[in-house]
Design a protein around this ligand. Sequence first.
Ligand SMILES: NC(=O)c1ccc[n+]([C@@H]2O[C@H](COP(=O)([O-])OP(=O)(O)OC[C@H]3O[C@@H](n4cnc5c(N)ncnc54)[C@H](OP(=O)(O)O)[C@@H]3O)[C@@H](O)[C@H]2O)c1
Length: 199
Amino acid sequence: MKIVVIGAPGTIGRAVVAALAPRHEIIEVAKSRGALTVDTSDFASVRDLFSKIGTFDAVVTAAGNAHFGPFATMTPDEFRIGLNDKLMGQINVVLAARDLISSGGSFTLTSGSLSDEPVRGGADASTVNAALDGFVRAAAIEMPRGLRINSVSPTVLAESWSVYGPFFAGCEPVPAKRVALAYVRSIEGAATGQTYRIW
Ligand SMILES: NC(=O)c1ccc[n+]([C@@H]2O[C@H](COP(=O)([O-])OP(=O)(O)OC[C@H]3O[C@@H](n4cnc5c(N)ncnc54)[C@H](OP(=O)(O)O)[C@@H]3O)[C@@H](O)[C@H]2O)c1
């Protein structure tokens, strides 16, 4: 398959590319690095990306930021960081690519365990992650042409523990290699409307 991985140089993206590359052609995309760039929060930029790629069979999004900070002082602008970047960014990708992707193709989005296991400072991320899993469940039942859509919901990665660990007291981090296998299951399997929880 020809698989577009958005966020390919990132912590999750690198592991996903490593897991898929032996069997597939990978089109690596990032925000600012490499030959193909996109800002997923900008629908025109996403449309432009897919017009350059031609045909493709699967899309992975492992990109998008949310705001971390105390709920007591969180402003609408801070809250919108996650809505615009992580939530709408990934939805923009699906909306822009759904008519271009090959029949029987798949989308695999990235949410996260904060949807169900909130932590202090994570209100924006919890909201966005739950919304992404809801989007996947709903979009799956209306996907045309045998298209499938799933999300991968990891807890904090071992590789990211030094950054996010202080927010996740008592949680067991998961290696990126294990998280990447969920993307493989989503792309090479037959499921749709699923959230693969790697907690
Ligand atoms: N790491 C974790 O522990 C963890 C756990 C659960 C969920 N997640 C979620 O998984 C996703 C990826 O996390 P990560 O740790 O792999 O992130 P990362 O290492 O910071 O990498 C993010 C990648 O996405 C690209 N990107 C960022 N914003 C973008 C945008 N608006 N448009 C296009 N590309 C964009 C970046 O491009 P450049 O390379 O050009 O900067 C980078 O390649 C995030 O949504 C995160 O919330 C991560």
